[in-house]
Write a protein that binds this ligand. Structure first.
Ligand code: CMP
Length: 134
């Protein structure tokens, strides 16, 4: 993937061009068809996904939790907490996703504490929404 794609993603907007280039080298990109289950509740997690294009819905059992779109990320709870996926995430349109493995994410968080803080704040908020289910 190229550095310019990362420029449009709020999570990475504070990184320098050079830092985005380095990150782009370490990230993968995948295209996903509508209807595809990207995260399955209960499965072990080793990847965080960032939506470059398209939308996905977050569903837990029969409960609809959220709709995510370009610039949003998901899968962070499982990776950061080293825990099973909390919900299903399903593509609702064709999706282009950036994939960060746990190892890449950990390096990134170590190098950029403000990025880690942003991810942790999202986890806190989502955890709150998942209660009382959790
Ligand atoms: P994870 O638990 O790894 O896999 C499922 C993902 O769904 C989870 O990480 C979050 O990224 C996302 N998710 C869980 N709960 C919510 C929520 N309430 N709102 C939005 N996204 C959520």
């Amino acid at each position: 993937m190229d550095e310019a794609t990362l420029r449009d993603i709020p999570l990475f907007s504070k990184l320098s061009r050079k830092q985005r280039k380095l990150l782009a080298l370490r990230a993968d990109e995948v295209d996903v068809q509508p209807g595809k289950l990207v995260c399955r509740k209960g499965e072990s997690a080793n990847e965080l996904y960032v939506i470059e294009q398209g939308t996905a819905k977050v569903v837990r059992d029969d409960q609809y939790l959220d709709e995510l779109g370009p610039g949003d990320f998901f899968g962070e709870m499982g990776v950061v907490d080293d825990a099973p996926r909390n919900a299903n995430v399903i593509a609702t349109t064709p999706l282009t996703l950036m994939i960060l493995t746990g190892a890449v994410l950990r390096d990134l968080e170590r190098e950029h504490p403000e990025l880690a803080a942003r991810i942790n704040a999202t986890i806190e908020q989502r955890r709150h929404w998942l209660e009382p289910a959790l």
